[in-house]
Design a protein around this ligand. Structure first.
Ligand code: T1G
Length: 686
């Protein structure tokens, strides 16, 4: 099957692009398009060309997999110039998600017809780029300035109806691409559709438009895209040159490297050893426990259209769960995800009861009860008696041993960990924790459930904390050490927020509740090695009952939406320094980030080394989708590749001079440096 094929219908030449899965404008498509246009320009039978695509969408963009590789001619800008200069009019039929280079191909044609349900956009800024095949120069010649600037700098798609109204589409039809294309070609022939050469149209971005956008555009990526759009006030050939210069600059940026990695991370994690196993049916769900997590998980399943049965131990808790879920759905209405009748119809699918036998026929049960092994063992013992054969029995535990829980059932092959992140109906990450006896079908079904819930599922092995929380437990210590050694906690938060985290670690623990970490530290105290530094500042905070936002005070003091530093924390820190004979020293923001990231990378490397995570990119996905890691860095191990693994090793060795127990270079990291390899090389090895 060729990527581009031509058929003749009278004087209309139908040119079809067929490059699954999304018709990305890879080299075969580019060569095919140029050859087709060249041949048809010479073919006297042909008066008009109708361009369309097979499959679920017209061209969804340039082929991102080609980025960073040696360029293969013809590049997309040249293809667009050939389309625009075609001696015969080309009408382009758009469907699905016509994005980036796909829309730029359409802009270069002489007419555009959309098919209902179509979305159009220039999402290049989401990859740290800008439209690089004429989009910043041609779009402003077809639509008014503010629409063009919004699409170019925001990356957000628009609907087909909005595109028709803006003049980006000449017509909007219903039907299949091949038929719409033939009809459109005939409309051009009989004059019902007038072709226009975009290059001959006037740029419509005004000085006022630019001033308005300059005032509100923030960040290197959007500012660079705005600069390219501004060049549309030049003659087209000059504007295209300026766009190409800026695009080349963007392609070399770290932001692009990180954002491209993040794009592929979200997709790579679905490639697991159990991908080929047969997933079971997933029509109905059950949840045990109606607390924040259980209600959130129930909400996520309800929003995916699944009927849900939620079990609580007594009537009061049943009512509380229903109320929590109702509030969650109200939130979805406020976020525009649901309208009122959809909310009511969704709620109608919820059954809340104290009777566990109501779970007898559900396809998947997710337990979200108190984090106690005894309680979970009791629950799974009952599920083993009640649930139908083949039901998926999942625990939402955040650190307990899935193998021990599976061991109390007669069907460990059906038991798995599904670790949701709070709020469970909003956070996209789902750690799928695979026990030693978990069957491949159970894993495949869990990944199918994740897709149904629009979660990013990451496969994890069994260890304390799985992937994310195990790494978090390690790097959080680096912040306590810096705090005790002299860095004010508010400086640590600010430095990491400048680096790109949505919230600094001290503010996060205030939000999550200091009591949770305190309980974990007390649970681990008896196992803590003598050589491990232990910082007591957070314990002093908890001993005051200051558990963070929920108690109005933690590291910060909360007054409604405002927060201020709790001065008592610095006193606790100083008292501990004096007791331990530590002289406070200052830290630069850069050193705070370097230490924090070196700690995160070192434990992340160990998680890959221990085969808890399948690949480095799986760890990146966990932090991008569950821990607010700055997307433009692509994840902790992509950050390490960009920074240089040898630099990370050198930093760890430097810090080890003060604390050789905490700062140890992982074997995997040293191996990669010695082999001159990167974490991305490991990703490619799969
Ligand atoms: N290039 C290469 N592969 C792509 C791709 C692309 N543009 N888009 C998707 N894929 C792969 C994806 O990795 C996955 O592969 C499979 O297709 C299905 O994707 C010059 C420079 C189109 C909305 O940014 O937003 O044009 O994991 O699971 O959920 O100015 O894919 O199966 O092996 O996401 O139905 C601009 C990116 C590029 C669009 C479909 N375009 N893609 O979503 O499927 S830059 C984009 C998407 C550019 C020009 C510039 C989504 C989708 P695998 P999927 P989906």
């Amino acid at each position: 099957m060729a990527a581009v094929e031509t058929k003749f219908e009278g004087q209309v030449a139908l040119v079809k692009i067929d490059n699954p899965p999304v018709n990305a404008a890879g080299i075969d498509v580019r060569i095919g398009l140029v050859n087709a246009v060249r041949e048809l320009e010479e073919d006297d039978r042909v008066k008009v060309i109708a361009l369309y695509a097979a499959g679920r969408t017209f061209v969804a963009g340039a082929d991102i997999r080609e980025f960073g590789q040696p360029p293969k001619q013809p590049m997309l800008p040249e293809v667009c110039e050939i389309l625009e200069a075609s001696a015969k009019p080309i009408v382009c039929v758009l469907h699905g998600t016509t994005l980036g280079g796909g829309l730029e191909i359409a802009l270069s044609c002489q007419a555009r017809v959309g098919i209902k349900g179509l979305k159009l956009g220039l999402p290049e800024v989401n990859l740290g780029l800008l439209p690089g095949a004429g989009g910043t120069q041609r779009l402003p010649r077809l639509v008014e300035g503010m629409t063009a600037l919004t699409m170019i700098t925001s990356g957000k798609p628009i609907s087909a109806e909005a595109a028709l109204e803006a003049g980006l589409l000449d017509d909007l039809q219903d039907g299949v691409p091949a038929e719409v294309a033939l009809a459109a070609g005939r409309q051009v022939l009989d004059g019902a559709l007038t072709p226009r050469v975009t290059a001959h149209l006037e740029n419509r971005i005004t000085t006022n438009d630019l001033d308005a956008f300059r005032a509100k555009t923030r960040g290197e990526v959007a500012e660079r895209a705005l600069k390219a759009a501004e060049a549309s006030n030049l003659p087209l050939s000059d504007g295209l040159k300026e766009e190409r210069r800026l695009f080349t600059e963007a392609m070399a940026s770290n932001a692009h490297k990180g954002l491209k990695h993040a794009f592929f991370a979200e997709r790579a994690v679905s490639h697991i050893p159990e991908s080929k196993a047969e997933a079971r049916d997933l029509q109905t769900g059950g949840v045990i426990g109606g607390g924040t997590m259980g209600s959130g998980i129930a909400t996520a399943m309800l929003l995916a259209g699944m009927p849900v049965t939620l079990i609580e131990m007594e009537e009061g808790r049943v009512a509380f769960a229903r109320d929590t879920i109702t509030k969650n759905l109200e939130g979805a209405v406020k976020r525009g995800k649901l309208n009122a009748e959809q909310r009511d119809a969704t709620l109608a699918k919820l059954t809340c009861t104290t009777d566990m036998s109501a779970l007898a026929d559900v396809d998947v049960v997710i337990e979200a009860v108190f984090e106690s092994m005894d309680v979970k063992r009791e629950v799974f013992g009952k599920l083993d008696q009640i649930c139908k054969q083949g039901a998926i029995l999942a625990t939402n535990t955040s650190y307990l041993d899935v193998n021990e829980i599976a061991g109390v059932t007669s069907r460990p092959q059906d038991v798995i960990g599904l670790h949701f992140f709070s709020p469970a109906h909003v956070m996209r990450l789902l750690e799928v924790v695979v026990g030693k006896d978990t069957a491949p079908e159970t894993v495949a079904t869990s990944f199918k459930l994740a897709k149904k819930l629009r979660k990013v599922a990451v496969r994890s092995g069994v260890c304390d904390g799985f992937i994310g929380n195990r790494i978090l437990a390690h790097y959080r210590k680096s912040t306590a050490y810096m705090q005790l050694d002299g860095a004010p906690f508010e400086q640590i938060d600010a430095a990491l927020e400048d680096f790109g985290f949505a919230m600094g670690p001290f503010a996060v623990s205030d939000l999550a509740g200091q009591d949770i970490g305190w309980a974990t530290r007390k649970r681990q105290a008896e196992f803590r090695p003598d050589e491990e530094r232990y910082v007591e500042i957070a314990d002093r905070v908890c001993e005051q009952g200051w558990f963070g936002r929920k108690s109005g005070k933690g590291f910060y003091i909360y007054d409604g939406k405002n927060r201020s530093v709790n001065p008592a924390v610095a006193e606790f820190a100083q008292a501990e320094r004096e007791a331990k004979g530590i002289a406070a020293r200052s830290f630069t923001d850069a050193e705070i980030v370097d230490r924090y990231m070196a700690a995160m990378v070192s434990e992340a490397a160990r998680v890959v080394e221990d085969k808890i995570a399948l690949r480095p990119i799986d760890v990146d996905a966990v932090f991008l989708f569950g821990y607010g890691f700055p997307r433009h860095w692509g994840g902790p191990l992509q950050y390490a590749d960009i920074t240089g693994l040898a630099v990370i090793v050198q930093r760890i060795e430097q810090y080890a001079q003060e604390d050789p127990y905490y700062w140890q270079v992982p074997a995997l990291l040293r191996e990669l440096v010695e082999a001159g390899k990167t974490f991305n090389d490991l990703n490619k090895e799969g």
